[in-house]
Unconditional design. Structure first.
Length: 267
């Protein structure tokens, strides 16, 4: 699996340099039906990655964010040996606006288990990766989630308020159980920055499969912890969005979970 990881990282860097970065700051975009943006970089990066993935690993099929929902569901329902799940450009709104916070995210699912994940930040040349049961890495060096912050009220929180239910949105705004809050605009990088301890907790009302699939493995292998609001594993082989509560370590996760499930937070 490490050989696949090394090859995959090289392919992502090559295609990002060819398809994404030359279009940065000089990009046309359009709106999809759900209101989100898509650019030429999204589609061309996806095309290039699919060609390379099928050349190197023809036994695996690919689900890309820019496919139609019918195509995505067909890939999920396939009995192929393995499934690549690809977000060719996570943080498209940032990319189209000239904000240097975007990434490429990909994961390999075999037998309903995420076994490998890579997230590449071309602006900082940071490659976050993980193999199930073998650990996580940042630019090839072991990645371990750590922080000196012991209490929730000391933490920097990543929160996408737009996708939270109104009552939770109001509660978090009113009580702010954390020290400060950020929303960077790339869900995949949020997972990575949590794994590094740059932020300590994450709250999201509904991430798509390609937003979280690689990141949740990287965080888990680095020593972090994540569940849905209902206490389920975040990864599920479905196109339906999944809620996220996550933390850099188990101790902070337990504090976050207690808060989010408290009566006060549900009023």
């Amino acid at each position: 699996m490490k050989k696949i990881l090394n090859q995959l990282e090289s392919l992502i860097k090559q295609h990002a340099a060819e398809q994404i970065m030359p279009r940065y700051n000089q990009v046309a975009y359009r709106f999809k039906q759900d209101g989100s943006l898509v650019t030429e970089a999204d589609s061309e990066m996806q095309k290039a990655m699919i060609v390379s993935l099928q050349q190197h690993w023809p036994e695996y099929i690919v689900l890309g964010e820019e496919m139609s929902e019918a195509e995505q569901q067909a890939q999920l329902d396939s009995d192929a040996k393995g499934l690549w799940i690809l977000d060719p450009l996570d943080g498209t709104s940032n990319f189209a606006s000239g904000i240097p916070v975007f990434s490429v995210s990909i994961a390999l699912v075999i037998k309903n288990e995420v076994v490998l994940g890579v997230i590449y930040d071309p602006n900082r040349n940071e490659t976050f990766s993980a193999i199930k049961g073998e650990g996580a890495w940042l630019n090839g060096q072991p990645l371990h989630s750590k922080t000196e912050r012991e209490n929730l009220n000391q933490c920097t929180a990543q929160i996408d308020f737009k996708r939270l239910k109104p009552e939770m949105r109001v509660c978090l705004s009113r009580e702010h159980p954390y020290a400060s809050q950020r929303n960077f605009g790339s869900g995949a990088l949020d997972w990575c920055w949590l794994a590094t301890g740059r932020c300590q907790i994450n709250i999201h009302g509904g991430q798509k499969l390609w937003d979280y699939v690689a990141g949740q493995l990287i965080l888990s292998e680095a020593g972090g912890h994540a569940k849905t609001f209902a206490g389920e594993a975040v990864f599920k082989k479905t196109l339906a969005p999944r809620s996220v509560m996550a933390a850099v370590n188990v101790a902070l996760f337990k504090q976050l979970q207690k808060y989010l499930t408290s009566l006060e937070c549900r009023k």
